[in-house]
Design a protein around this ligand. Structure first.
Ligand code: ADP
Ligand code: MG
Length: 639
């Protein structure tokens, strides 16, 4: 979306009235109308923009040192003027030219904006729109929480022109040549000055104490010095920085408080949540880096948006390089936020070549191991926390089971599933499953499907329950995908209970099975004949105890639920016929055997049994009208 020029006859190149793009207008509307109690956020956002601007110039100046020739010390100033009721934030960062003022402050460049707005307008049922904005970062527009008018004067490093952007945050904005008075607000020959006309809601920000306290709370870790007062005051020797100005990840763990970690987390995520897991360490040895990584508590709204970018920031020896380095982390860890600061990469590396750099791959391996082992630890030390994590991110993490074989075992260690072992909805691990296995059990049994309740009532698991053999419930769509590649764990194969002939250790040998089949040969054959179009085989079940029939996939076939999922995702075109298993211990089947196979009753019963098996499976019946008719006729007889 773009900002557009207003149809104003006075418009000219040096002074343009513009309309905000539609998404900015909507965002401003939300910000202005939000009953917002936490106004402090605006200062955090403006300081963060200033710090970003310094980071960007620091990077560019590696190639072109001239850009910072006037003053290589990056700094931010905040000062108030109680007479005019204004608050000004200046930085000597990279600055903006005219086009940038229009683009960056008149539109929202981020991908997924439309989706977010959509979500926000639908928020209400337990979802706080501000939380959504928070995840997205209202950014610069947060100024309008406390200001009714904002003026931004900026000079791009290396350029002479100075432009001013101004707006009441409602009717659009104006971009024009800066006045001489505005020019003096800049700190040296570059950078930006943002001046807010404070409205009543924000008047406490006209107090030095309040400003100081807010900076200490939110921006202590910003590694650019922040001064209270004007640049001129600092140059004349007054004023001390009010923040520590030391990159938090370079400090040692003992020196950082949990609150400081939280602030930093909020700074990089714009988040309203707290980190669930904080991993801070220094890697030494073949490669050296500092890492400070977080697992959020809340799933970001765009976790499954394919255009979502990775969210680790890369620094090289304290210089910010990029927050979008492909290969720095795995797609299935895209929820991990934080900073990696490398000691090994060259500073003048081009951002584009980074993804092919072997050091990046090594960092990825090392951070992944660390995160996985910390999550494993979390599962032992903080079960409620771990369960929150699993609910929010488990499905994403499981993508790694087919994406990164080298980490597969570590991911499996973290995975939790529902199972027949735990009544209620507790999660079990594969380790626990294996521990409980009987010595002669070779496989890990599972059944997959979206709905836990119907899985619990599946006829296919009856025999397992009766024998006390644990079956895992795989309830995420992703499960059917990883199961195609990750076929075993610790030498135990994953085996679907809805597929193939299963030996439940009934101690029936082949001879006995054959004998039983022989005894009921006619019944099996007659059913087969009637249902030939729909089933590949009718056989006597060893997995049923209570239900008369069930469907399973043939021995060499694809698990039935998997087949359905794959078809939905167009990854599978096959159409295999299932096997119908019948329970010879069931009265209904025994009765059926006594009927004349040519009779209508036998035909109708066969057809009803098959349809019933399909319904339990969650699949539609082929001929609903016929099904209803047969059903009604049976009911009539029964009543
Ligand atoms: P974000 O920081 O998440 O990109 P913002 O709304 O905070 O979103 O800012 C929008 C853009 O405006 C920034 O990406 C940046 O390009 C530009 N910008 C804002 N403040 C400054 C500043 N002080 N110096 C340079 N550019 C800035
Ligand atoms: Mg910002």
């Amino acid at each position: 979306m773009t900002a557009t020029a207003k149809k104003d006859p006075k418009n000219n190149e040096d002074n343009e009235q513009m309309n905000f793009s539609a998404d900015v207008s909507r965002l401003l509307n939300i910000v202005a109308n939000a009953l917002y109690t936490n106004h402090d956020v605006f200062l955090r956002e403006l300081i963060s923009n200033s710090a970003d601007a310094c980071d960007r110039l620091r990077y560019d100046a590696i190639q072109k040192p001239d850009l910072t020739a006037d003053n290589a010390n990056f700094r931010i100033h905040i000062y108030k003027d109680t007479d005019t009721r204004t608050l000004t934030i200046t930085d000597n960062g990279i600055g903006m030219g005219k086009a940038e003022l229009i683009d960056h402050l008149g539109t929202i460049a981020k991908s997924g904006t439309a989706a977010l707005m959509d979500k926000m307008s639908k928020a209400g049922k337990g979802e706080d729109p501000l939380k959504l904005i928070g995840q997205f970062g209202v950014g610069f527009y947060a100024s309008y929480m406390v200001a009714d008018y904002v003026t931004v004067t900026s000079r791009k490093a290396g350029s002479k022109a100075i432009w001013t952007w101004e707006s009441d945050g409602a009717s659009g904005f104006n971009v024009r040549k800066a006045t001489t008075e505005e020019e003096t607000k800049l700190d040296g020959d570059r950078g930006t000055a943002v001046t807010l006309n404070i409205k009543d809601e924000g008047c406490d920000f006209l107090l030095d104490e309040k400003i100081k306290q807010t900076v200490e709370t939110y921006s202590d870790h910003i590694d650019v010095k922040i001064f209270l007062g004007t640049p001129a005051e600092t140059d004349s020797g007054e004023g001390q920085p009010i923040n520590k100005a030391q990159a938090i990840w370079t400090r040692s763990k003992q020196d950082v408080t949990p609150e400081q970690y939280d602030e930093f987390y909020k700074h990089i995520t714009h988040g309203f949540d707290e980190p669930l897991l904080t991993s801070h360490w220094r890697a030494e040895g073949k490669i050296e880096f500092n890492a400070l990584l977080f697992v959020p508590t809340m799933r970001p709204w765009d976790l499954y948006d394919p255009s979502r970018q990775a969210s680790m920031r890369l620094y090289v020896r304290r210089v910010f390089i990029s927050d979008n380095v492909e290969g720095l982390t795995y797609p299935w860890l895209r929820f991990v936020r934080g900073v990696v600061d490398s000691e090994d990469l060259p500073l003048n590396i081009s951002r584009e070549s980074l993804q092919y750099n072997p050091i990046i791959a090594k960092i990825r391996t090392s951070t992944t191991k660390r995160i996985l082992s910390d999550l494993d630890k979390l599962s032992r030390d903080d079960w409620p926390g771990f369960i929150t994590f699993w609910g929010q991110f488990g499905a994403a993490l499981k993508e790694g089971l087919y994406d990164a074989i080298e980490h597969r075992d570590a991911i499996f260690k973290i995975c939790r599933f529902y199972s027949t072992h735990e009544e209620g909805e507790k999660f079990v691990s594969l380790e626990q499953y294996i521990e409980r296995m009987d010595e002669d059990q070779k496989d890990i049994y599972y059944i997959s499907g979206e709905n836990l309740e119907s899985l619990k009532n599946s006829p296919q698991i009856e025999g397992f329950k009766a024998k006390g053999i644990e079956v895992m419930f795989f309830t995420d769509t992703i499960d059917d995908f990883w199961l195609q590649n990750a076929t075993e764990y610790k030498g135990k194969t994953f085996k679907s209970v809805t597929k193939g002939d299963i030996d439940l250790g009934n101690k029936k040998d082949e001879k006995e099975t054959a004998k039983e089949a022989e005894e009921h040969k006619d019944l099996l054959e007659n059913l087969q004949k009637l249902l030939d179009e729909d089933v590949s085989e009718v056989r006597i079940s060893s997995r049923l105890t209570d239900s008369p029939v069930c469907l399973v996939a043939p021995d060499g076939g694809v698990d039935m639920h998997m087949e359905r999922v794959l078809k939905i995702h167009q990854k599978y075109a096959g159409d295999s016929k299932p096997v119908l298993e019948i329970n010879m211990g069931h009265g209904l089947i025994q009765k059926l055997e006594t009927l004349k196979p040519k009779s209508d009753a036998f035909k109708d019963a066969a057809s009803l049994l098959f349809d019933q098996a399909k319904i339990i499976q969650g699949e539609p019946v082929k001929d609903p009208a016929g099904f209803a008719r047969r059903m009604a006729s049976f009911m009539e007889k029964g009543l």
